[in-house]
Design a protein around this ligand. Structure first.
Ligand code: AMP
Ligand code: GLY
Length: 430
């Protein structure tokens, strides 16, 4: 099988690395890929951007690609799967219609409500005076969300009415998120612990990946601005068997059934961002129509099954007899970012001394490139140092030991990735 993986982040490095391990796969192209995928002997970068749907389709036809796997949300929301299907090309990822679960918060919230899937109470607004009136009457904190895709920046948690009003005006009047913010969802603030729950599905059968937890805040102790994710680990102990069943029964299956009923069979990875409160009640915070980044990196490190084969079978509506096999060890991925991220940062910084891959360590690349045979930074999130261990604490130690070897002056990373799980581990051993 010749496979094309679309995207150029840490998620796509981890997905394509895993896919190239399949005995059924003869060649893996990554478009556009990054410095890390360029250095992999089993992968070939193709310089076509992930949003160039026509260019990607042409490449898939010319190269006789048997299976295309889409990493990021943008091409999915813009209909890459629909286009590939029209051309008779096999493409793993939800259709444009089903991807609206991520592409529009309003669609997602209305869908959840209509299908009685638990989520925070909400209202949708297009006019700022009505939205302001609503927050003045509501309780604090309150959450303001741009309707469309805003690269992870479109959610503002307001702790005062003034902050809420500023967020509303920024979206609806100053249009800081452009078209994505011309409509906003305002929802109740939920307390609890978050977990990422990701499944592979053909629209009817859903097979859950190991659970994981992301760290969205930039700084230690979960402080600082929100980012795409500064690190993740798997499994997330908060998702015990009971919560796992609840998420499958109350969220995943009703979501797939609701979409099927609407005529949109969902084939792809489905990511439910969950909030779990102290009574073990669960609520959906968000859906993503793709794998999480950086959750992919620690999850792929633990996955023993043939991912390419599973994606291929999902496209053929043939997942019913499949299961996933896991390395029992824990894994952790720590993001090394350019200093300044998620705001202004410099690129083109030299990076050296990246430790070689071992059975329990892998440095996945995100914003990197190779120039004149040298590895350089080329984005906000640059590396994800991913390690396995018999406990989260040991995995964390392995990862930080590897980070200490990397030669890159400009690096910024959190020092406490995995802290919740490590606290639980220590409590359990006492
Ligand atoms: P979203 O893109 O909708 O997942 O939001 C990004 C992040 O904002 C989430 O991962 C949560 O940390 C936080 N968040 C979103 N909605 C809420 C909510 N209703 N209550 C509390 N935190 C939230
Ligand atoms: N790590 C969160 C996301 O991929 O959206």
């Amino acid at each position: 099988m010749k496979v094309l993986v679309v995207g150029g982040g840490g998620r796509e490095h981890a997905l394509s690395w895993k896919i190239s391990q399949s005995p059924k796969v003869s060649q893996v192209f990554v478009a556009p890929g990054n410095g890390g995928t360029e250095l992999e002997p089993t992968l070939t970068n193709v310089s076509i951007e992930a949003d160039d749907i026509d260019g990607l389709a042409r490449f898939a036809l010319d190269e006789n690609i048997n299976l295309t796997i889409i990493g990021p949300e943008d091409p999915l929301v813009n209909g890459i799967t629909n286009k590939f299907k029209d051309l008779g090309l096999k493409c793993f990822g939800p259709s444009k219609e089903a991807s609206k679960l991520e592409g529009s918060k309003e669609f997602m919230k209305d869908f959840l409500q209509a299908n009685k899937i638990p989520t925070a109470r909400y209202e949708t607004f297009t006019e700022s005076d009505k939205a302001i009136e609503y927050v003045k009457k509501g309780s604090l904190p309150i959450v303001i969300k741009a309707d469309g895709l805003a690269a992870g920046k479109g959610v503002i948690i307001a702790f005062t009415v003034e902050e809420a009003i500023e967020a509303i005006k920024n979206c609806l009047e100053s249009k800081i998120f452009g078209q994505a913010g011309k409509r906003i969802v305002i929802e109740e603030y939920l307390e609890g612990e978050e977990a990422s729950f990701i499944v592979i599905t053909d629209g009817v059968t859903a097979i859950p990946f190991a659970s994981s937890q992301d760290h969205k805040a930039r700084d230690d102790m979960d402080l600082g601005p929100n980012t795409g994710g500064m690190g993740a680990y798997s499994p997330a102990p908060i998702v015990d068997d009971c919560i796992h069943d609840k998420i499958m029964q109350e969220v995943i299956y009703p979501t797939l059934a609701g979409l099927k009923k609407a005529g949109h069979l969902y084939c792809g990875f489905l990511y439910a961002g969950m909030m779990i409160d102290k009574n073990n009640d669960i609520k959906v915070l968000e859906f993503n129509c793709r794998f999480g980044d950086p959750e992919t990196q620690p999850i792929m490190m633990r996955l023993k099954s043939d991912l390419a084969d599973l994606c291929d079978k999902a496209c053929d509506s043939n997942l019913q007899n499949e299961e996933l096999i896991w390395d029992e060890r824990k894994s952790i991925g720590i993001v090394m970012a350019s200093r300044g991220y998620p705001f202004e940062y410099e690129k083109n910084k030299l990076i050296g001394q990246i430790p070689d891959e071992t059975e329990n360590l892998k440095v996945f690349h995100a914003g990197t490139k190779i120039e004149e045979n040298k590895l350089k930074s080329n984005g906000g999130r640059v590396l994800c140092v991913t390690a396995l261990g018999d406990s989260v604490e040991l995995a964390q130690q392995n990862a930080y030991d590897a980070i200490s070897l990397i030669d890159w002056e400009d690096a910024y990373y959190r020092k406490d990735i995995g802290h919740r799980a490590i606290k639980r581990e220590r409590n359990e051993s006492n």
